[in-house]
Design a protein around this ligand. Structure first.
Ligand code: NAP
Length: 270
């Protein structure tokens, strides 16, 4: 994969004070090295730099329609699992960027095709897409993998997580951590009920990226389902089925330290 070197860099900060300050410093330093920093998002840029935490990264990608321009993050946020660069390391980041001392990682996305009685809507998720009930109701969902019936799930809901999303909601819900380059989806139950009345898998399942997870709400529940896409809630009426696939669309991020993933896991989760 080759990327353009237009000399234009988009900087996308969130609204917090530290991010705006970091944006000013970064703009000045990049301009002094000959880069152009546009006032508005420029689709011809060679790099997108997000400033904030993971939430800022997720919003930047969604707001810019899953652009194929590579992303890198400067962490001024809480956790910043996606955000490799620290504000005090901006100088070495710029030097390494100019010297091409990085590799490009492809980020696999989850796609949901939500079909109602009248329409189908496509959603993309970086971390995950979740099916839950409205008003904290139990949901009853038929689950199929590549058209094979797996279970009738009853509980709070199901998460379909990407590898990069495996450390997010999935991890808090006892899902396992999946290295970002593995092409898989993870189906993780939220408070599954396993009793004489209902029987649901209690643990997550890792599904190959070329298989389809199909979920059909029980007839009575087709108007009581929420679809939550990277933390953004959507409500559709008359849902008949939702199919999940690993999307053909991917995004890219620059990684400067090849050991970052494992160091991040230790420093941010233990
Ligand atoms: P949010 O406040 O933006 O994020 C919740 C926490 O998840 C923040 O600490 C965030 O890091 C962290 N996070 C996001 N993506 C991550 C990743 N890939 N790996 C590790 N940590 C990650 O919450 P939101 O706006 O409702 O939703 C955004 C994301 O939060 C969702 O995609 C979902 O994965 C996650 N979430 C988690 C739970 C849970 O753990 N119980 C519940 C709902 C949503 P920063 O502090 O750096 O932003």
């Amino acid at each position: 994969m080759t990327f353009n070197k237009s000399g234009i860099i988009n900087i996308i900060p969130n609204n917090n004070f530290d991010s705006i300050k970091t944006c000013e410093v970064l703009t000045q330093k990049l301009e002094s090295k000959g880069f152009t920093i546009p006032k508005e998002y420029d689709a011809n840029a060679e790099l997108n730099i997000c400033i904030g935490g993971d939430g800022a990264f997720l919003r930047a990608v969604h707001n810019n329609y899953f652009s194929s321009i590579p992303y890198v993050g400067i962490n001024t946020g809480h956790l910043g699992f996606f955000q490799e660069i620290l504000p005090e390391k901006i100088d070495s980041f710029i030097d390494n960027y100019i010297n091409d001392a990085y590799f490009i990682e492809e980020i696999f996305l989850v796609e949901a095709n939500v079909c109602t009685k009248t329409d189908c809507i496509n959603l993309l998720g970086i971390n995950e897409i979740v099916i839950k009930g409205i008003e904290s109701k139990v949901v009853h969902l038929e689950v199929f993998i590549d058209d094979n019936h797996l279970e009738k799930f009853s509980g709070d809901g199901l998460i379909v997580s990407t590898p990069v999303g495996s450390t997010a909601y999935n991890y808090s819900s006892a899902g396992c951590i999946v290295y970002p380059t593995l092409k898989t989806l993870q189906l993780t139950p939220l408070s599954p009920i396993s009793s004489k009345a209902y029987r649901s898998l209690l643990n997550s399942a890792i599904i190959p990226g070329d298989m389809t997870i199909k979920i059909k709400p029980e007839y009575l529940y087709e108007n009581s389902i929420l679809i939550i896409n990277d933390g953004v809630q959507n409500k559709y009426d008359d849902i008949v089925e939702v199919s999940f696939n690993m999307s053909k669309t991917t995004i890219f991020r620059l990684v400067f330290d090849k050991d970052m993933y494992w160091n991040n896991l230790k420093s941010k989760f233990l």
